[in-house]
Write a protein that binds this ligand. Structure first.
Ligand code: PLP
Length: 366
């Protein structure tokens, strides 16, 4: 059986989320209907909304349910589509792709450790008319955490809106609108053990320019009957994720990194503040795809950076922006899921060691 170590692509579904989904799935009513069945469905929807509002530090009407992180980011950007914006060079394609439709987009450089270059942000903000800045809370490939509070303070004094893609951070490290100082946050349920198909844009401002218009759901900000089972599952997963501290995962993550270094790997962003369950391991000279195939054959599911729809292994724009050059094609990402066990970690270490000694520089030297 395959051991799944690709949590940043999608976390395994939590049983509590599944139970909440099953309960919601049997509610026949549409939350917009007046009758008792409709109102029962509405209660589940509003309970979930309160869980998210409380978790991310906003009021209930600051929660706009979406189909996931991609849509939440696109919705945030949509309101600024004719204005100047900047984004970190290591953002996910869920920001980079809609950003291309903006009149003027500046990609802000990052340090070799992967954190946003604050001087680059300052230069952008000083150049005038800065409407929007997008910086992710945690990077999906390296786990590196950006200094969002500092970024927020800069944006606030320049009058620019700060949108934070918190898809990888939510449920793993504390993120609220207040503690980050952000104007909006995007989150996605399947990244913390909920089902695929639900996410949210969290904001305090009432005005959002809708991407999808229709029956006036979500106060006219996102049309369409909400996917109640997915939303109920997301809220149940979030409750559980927030009760965990991730300490054990961090210990195991460190063990993996120490073992990988022994066989010649480098750890991208190692000296930056990072998520405790993500490692980007660079094995110089060995194509990411070769590593993935070897590990897959050994029974370990990991990935090379972002999961893209074509299933192809793409060159990592994240490691490229961090200055890795050709080695940006030689990295794999290990991201430990909420239900990882010590035997999974030990098994992975043995498989990685064998793979690196066979294919890597350390092996060639031996
Ligand atoms: N933002 C980041 C940082 C991500 O890692 C992902 C998914 O990998 C997304 C956005 C997109 O989220 P979703 O899959 O819910 O659309």
């Amino acid at each position: 059986m395959t051991v799944y170590l690709d949590a940043n692509a999608s976390e395994p579904l939590r049983p509590a989320a599944f139970e909440a989904m099953a309960r919601a799935a049997f509610l026949s009513g549409n939350p917009s209907s007046i009758h008792a069945e409709g109102q029962a469905a509405r209660r589940v929807l509003e309970d979930a909304r309160h869980v998210l509002a409380e978790a991310f530090g906003t009021e209930a009407d600051g929660v706009i349910f979406t189909s996931g992180g991609t849509e939440a980011n696109a919705l945030a950007l949509h309101a600024f589509r004719r204005q100047r914006m900047a984004m970190g060079a290591t953002e996910h394609d869920a920001i980079r792709t809609p950003a291309r439709r903006h009149a003027q987009v500046t990609a802000l450089s990052v340090t070799p450790e992967g954190t946003l270059d604050i001087d680059a942000l300052g230069a952008f903000l000083d150049s005038g008319d800065a409407a929007l800045v997008c910086v992710m809370a945690a990077n999906n490939e390296t786990g590196v955490l950006h200094p969002i509070r500092e970024i927020a303070a800069r944006c606030r004094s320049a009058g620019a809106w700060l949108h934070v893609d918190a898809v990888q951070a939510a449920g793993r490290v504390p993120v609220t609108l207040d503690t980050l100082g952000a104007d909006s946050l995007a989150i996605s349920g399947h990244k913390f053990g909920g089902p695929k198909g639900a996410g949210a844009l969290l904001t305090r401002a009432a005005t959002v320019d809708p991407l999808i218009q229709g029956g006036g759901q979500e106060r006219g900000r996102r049309g369409g009957t909400p996917p109640l089972p997915a939303i109920a599952g997301m809220a149940a997963a979030l409750r559980e994720a927030l009760a965990e501290d991730g300490g054990q995962q961090r210990v195991w993550r460190d063990r993996i990194e120490a073992a990988a270094r022994e066989v010649g790997a480098r750890v991208a962003g190692a000296d930056a503040p990072r998520l405790g369950q993500t490692s980007a391991l660079v094995l110089d000279g060995v194509a990411a795809q070769t590593q993935l195939i070897a590990l897959d054959l050994a029974g370990y599911a990991v990935s090379a950076g972002a999961a893209c729809s074509s299933g192809k292994v793409a060159f990592s724009h994240v490691l490229d922006a961090m200055g890795y050059g050709v080695a940006a094609g030689h990295a794999i990402r290990v991201s430990l899921p909420w239900n990882v066990e010590e035997s999974d970690v030990e098994g992975f270490i043995a498989a990685y060691r064998a793979m690196a000694l066979r294919l890597g520089g350390a092996g060639r030297r031996a």
